[in-house]
Design a protein around this ligand. Structure first.
Ligand SMILES: Cc1cc2nc3c(=O)[nH]c(=O)nc-3n(C[C@H](O)[C@H](O)[C@H](O)COP(=O)(O)O)c2cc1C
Length: 207
């Protein structure tokens, strides 16, 4: 039995293609893994607070040394990290915004990316050697984009700060098994987009 966490990041609801991808993923996964349990973390329609000075003041102090006031700076971050660690499979549904990720997803990642919680320095002090603390996790990144050509050796590869960033940052936390499935061409619509959808949904069905 796996615990699957679905993280949706689009600021659109009904019209969102990345949400349709995560929905389809879940339906397909349920058929093949009926015992698995699903939870949802909304980071697009519901605001995730950005980290702030209070957060920073708390996050870099060991729990035992924190004052009561310090502790409140990371309370929400603690909740998100606890939830994240409790799951073994992650499904992120995300748009590309301005060649990167939506700000809600960035805030969520900032809340998760905590020293000695999800990553650490190998020697225990700044040494440039980052060690991920999450083990045996699997992630699916289901992305939706207006344009295309963002893959390896493709013409817009250098503009892709979306899936490359997500793969990198979750890799730093220790998640190495990451599959990326991207639905491209939304801005062109018509037959071009229909073809992209057909291919992507076929791929999703095979998972
Ligand atoms: C504010 C904004 C910025 C966008 N920036 C890009 C972009 O840089 N590159 C791209 O290919 N598509 C871009 N798009 C198109 C979206 O990635 C595309 O519409 C996607 O389907 C949105 O995800 P959703 O359908 O889940 O809402 C942008 C759309 C919006 C609304």
């Amino acid at each position: 039995m796996n615990k699957v966490l679905i993280i949706n990041a689009s600021v659109r609801n009904e019209k969102s293609h990345s949400r349709k991808l995560t929905h389809f993923f879940v339906e397909n996964w349920k058929k093949k893994n009926p015992e698995d349990i699903f939870s949802y973390r909304e980071v697009g329609l519901k605001e995730v607070p950005a980290i702030n000075e209070k957060w920073i003041a708390s996050a870099f102090i060991p729990t035992k040394d924190r004052t009561e006031e310090n502790q409140t700076g990371v309370e929400f971050s603690d909740q998100l990290i606890k939830e994240f660690k409790e799951h073994t499979i992650y499904v992120i549904g995300t748009p590309m915004y301005n060649w990167s990720i939506p700000s809600g997803l960035k805030s969520y990642i900032d809340q998760l990316m905590r020293i000695n919680e999800t990553w650490k320095f190998r020697s225990g002090k700044p040494d440039g050697d980052y060690v991920g603390l999450l083990k045996d996790k699997k992630m699916f990144i289901l992305s939706s984009r207006g344009d295309t050509g963002y893959g390896e050796n493709e013409k817009n590869e250098h503009m892709n700060f979306q899936t490359t960033y997500l793969k990198f940052i979750f890799g730093i936390m220790g998640i190495k098994d990451i599959s990326i499935i991207s639905l491209d061409n939304e801005e062109f619509g018509g037959e071009i987009f229909e073809n992209s959808k057909r291919k992507i949904y076929q791929k999703l069905e095979q998972i």
